[in-house]
Design a protein around this ligand. Structure first.
Ligand code: CA
Ligand code: CA
Length: 509
């Protein structure tokens, strides 16, 4: 039966070109007979260029890829790394093509041992190089999400094994998304996971000896230790809950922590805040990437009208392997910060080069490749700003207003859990500058019910729109749409309670 792989990505987390390439090669290694790209990702210039490259590579490979399917036997050494580098052998005439891809972000050095001898020279396709095979083996380097295609002049029965001896690099450490502010009040007890007094290991629902904790002094972010758990078999789950803390009503919080996972077989692990009933606060749940660097996972959320208890939890749901977590944080948006928008000044971390985290262009598909690249139609601008060092630039190249969504937008959904209350006053404000007078724009100030059309000028000016919900608004968002042809710069975006906009303050993640 033909298998068609539909390449796609979550709109909230766009895919970088290396991951996009690995996605396609892993599908081909898995036996896909065709690739379809769904509506994602033509809005990003680098994804668009990668589609072009991948299509050209597959075109060149098509005589190989259309050979009748045959199994590839692979042995991984060590076996625990069997979910990292993948390989498929395809025989064509007297050649064996090896398609190989690294499924994870951590780089690896791989010794590839063939079950038969081959001619010493093995061209590496698409990379203009030649591998040297000695004694039926050769070694190669796989960066994170890397792919290689080898043309091996030799063959063996499909029942014989290719051995991949894999050595992973040290995982490294990413830049944080949340940096503790000087006056920030940390709410968690022992956020650095240094003591058993505050973090208890819970494996009551796991098979004994299958999930266990260990003091791991070698792998940590801070202090002497991290939270460490290991699963050696198919038990249920292993969790580390921290101590309970009280969350105030109607309050915005930032929550997260550092973690790292090395696991095989349906690996699943996450961190989240839990309520006393054992329920997960969905808005705080974050999945830990497998075989990735030490990464800080962070999010924002808001509480409703109740005072509630919550505790941080790191949970190893499934898979066999090891999990580390350290340096959690749970902080309240400071009282000084009226702004319900995260990174309204566009100075914070980026989701992709040139593209701010938390902000989305949504349906602004004016043309392919509008984000990124030298003449990006949407993204961070460092040459103009009202405050700080940068702002968001949006360009609409269309001469007239096309289909309803065919224009650039800047949108942010407000913190999950945040409710705009019936009858209360809110105000949405921002600074905006156009490249010409009389630019047509519109704004949504918290809801679909608060829609405003306005004109911009060619100088920085503050615009503000009030909103008093007629009913509680449970999925609030703000959005600025550039309807007319031209270019605008947007900065200091704020959404706050009250009737008049106050000085813009950034709520940092
Ligand atoms: Ca620590
Ligand atoms: Ca700014």
């Amino acid at each position: 039966m033909p298998l068609m792989h539909v390449a796609s990505a979550n709109r909230m987390r766009s895919m970088k070109p290396d991951a996009q390439r690995a996605q396609v090669y892993l599908a081909l290694i898995g036996g896909a007979d065709g690739i379809i790209w769904w509506i994602w990702p033509p809005c990003r210039a680098d994804n668009w260029a990668t589609i072009k490259l991948l299509a050209a590579e597959m075109r060149k490979l098509s005589p190989v890829l259309t050979e009748p399917p045959a199994p590839t036997k692979v042995r991984w050494e060590p076996a625990a790394l069997r979910d990292t580098v993948q390989v498929r052998a395809i025989q064509r005439n007297d050649i064996t093509f090896l398609l190989a891809a690294n499924a994870v972000e951590t780089a690896a050095t791989v010794q590839i041992k063939l079950p038969a001898s081959a001619k010493p020279r093995a061209p590496g396709w698409f990379e203009n190089r030649v591998m040297q095979i000695t004694g039926g083996a050769f070694s190669d380097r796989f960066e994170g999400y890397d792919r290689h295609v080898y043309e091996i002049h030799g063959q063996w029965p499909t029942s014989e094994e290719i051995t991949l001896q894999i050595k992973l690099d040290q995982p490294g450490r990413e830049d944080p998304v949340h940096r503790a502010a000087p006056l920030e009040d940390e709410l968690l007890l022992d956020p650095g996971c240094e003591s058993d007094l505050y973090w208890s290991f819970d494996s009551t629902d796991a098979v004994p000896q299958v999930a266990y904790k260990r003091l791991d002094e070698g792998t940590r972010m801070s202090g002497r230790r991290s939270l460490f758990s290991e699963r050696t078999g198919a038990g249920k789950s292993a969790t580390y809950p921290g101590r309970w803390v009280t969350l105030k009503p109607h309050t915005r919080y930032s929550f997260g922590g550092w973690a790292r996972l090395e696991s095989v077989g349906e690996a699943q692990a996450g961190l989240y805040l839990e309520s006393p009933s054992g329920e997960v606060r969905r808005a705080t749940e974050m999945t830990i990437s497998n075989y990735a660097p030490w990464r800080q996972y962070g999010t924002v959320f808001a509480t409703d009208e109740q005072t509630v208890l919550a505790r941080p939890v790191v949970r190893f749901h499934s898979g066999i392997g090891r999990l580390w977590a350290d340096d959690f944080f749970l902080v309240e948006a400071s009282d000084r910060c009226r702004n319900m928008i995260v990174d309204g000044g566009f100075e914070g971390p980026t989701a992709q080069p040139g593209s701010p985290r938390w902000w989305f262009d949504r349906y602004g598909l004016t043309s392919a490749g509008q984000i990124g690249g030298p003449d990006a139609l949407w993204g961070l601008d460092r040459s103009e700003h009202y405050q700080g060092k940068q702002c968001l630039r949006m360009t609409n190249p269309l001469t007239d207003i096309g289909p309803a969504d065919a224009h650039p937008v800047a949108e942010q959904r407000l913190a999950p859990g945040l409710v705009l209350h019936q009858g209360r006053s809110y105000v949405f404000s921002f600074y905006l500058k156009g490249d010409r007078p009389d630019l047509a724009l519109s704004a949504f100030a918290g809801s679909w019910y608060s829609y405003h059309q306005f004109k911009a000028t060619d100088g920085w000016q503050r615009y503000s729109f009030p909103y008093t919900p007629e009913n509680d608004e449970t999925q609030p968002f703000v959005r600025v749409d550039l309807l007319g042809q031209g270019k605008v710069w947007l900065d200091e975006v704020q959404f706050e309670e009250g009737t008049e906009p106050t000085e813009c303050r950034d709520w940092e993640e």
